[in-house]
Write a protein that binds this ligand. Structure first.
Ligand code: 5GP
Ligand code: ZN
Length: 112
């Protein structure tokens, strides 16, 4: 499958990893929108939020169980934003479920 994030998981594309365990990976976004911009992904290929089911949702819970520690480790000491884009209207560009952690500054209020 031609998926950039699956290639990052396999080490075929380099990334700056900030957290990894058997189920998930967190790495710095290549085009940061804030001083802290990290992507958290399941190692299992799930295309987007639309692909979350009762069978695979445990990994999503696992991601959220780890987000506070990842955010703080990366420097979000005064809050952070978690975003996932799903589908064309949201401009999802990589079709592997990922959660953006944004922080390290006071973020704009407008979400679109
Ligand atoms: P989306 O627009 O799908 O929500 O977000 C995809 C994100 O992946 C973008 O913020 C983009 O900068 C990031 N990205 C795309 N390709 C790569 C890559 O090869 N390495 C890293 N670290 N980030 C990437
Ligand atoms: Zn993938």
């Amino acid at each position: 499958m031609d998926c950039i994030f699956c290639k990052i998981i396999k080490g075929e594309i380099p990334s700056t990893k900030v957290y990894e365990d058997e189920k998930i990976l967190a790495f710095k976004d290549i085009n940061p929108m804030a001083p802290v911009h990290v992507l958290v992904i399941p190692k299992e290929h799930i295309p987007s939020c639309d692909g979350i089911t009762a069978q695979n949702s445990a990994v999503v819970a696992h991601i959220f169980e780890n987000i506070p520690e990842i955010a703080k480790k990366c420097g979000c000491t005064n809050g952070y934003r978690v975003i996932t884009n799903c589908g064309d209207d949201a401009k999802q560009s990589v079709k592997h479920l990922h959660f953006h952690i944004l922080g390290g500054k006071s973020l704009p209020e407008n979400m679109g």
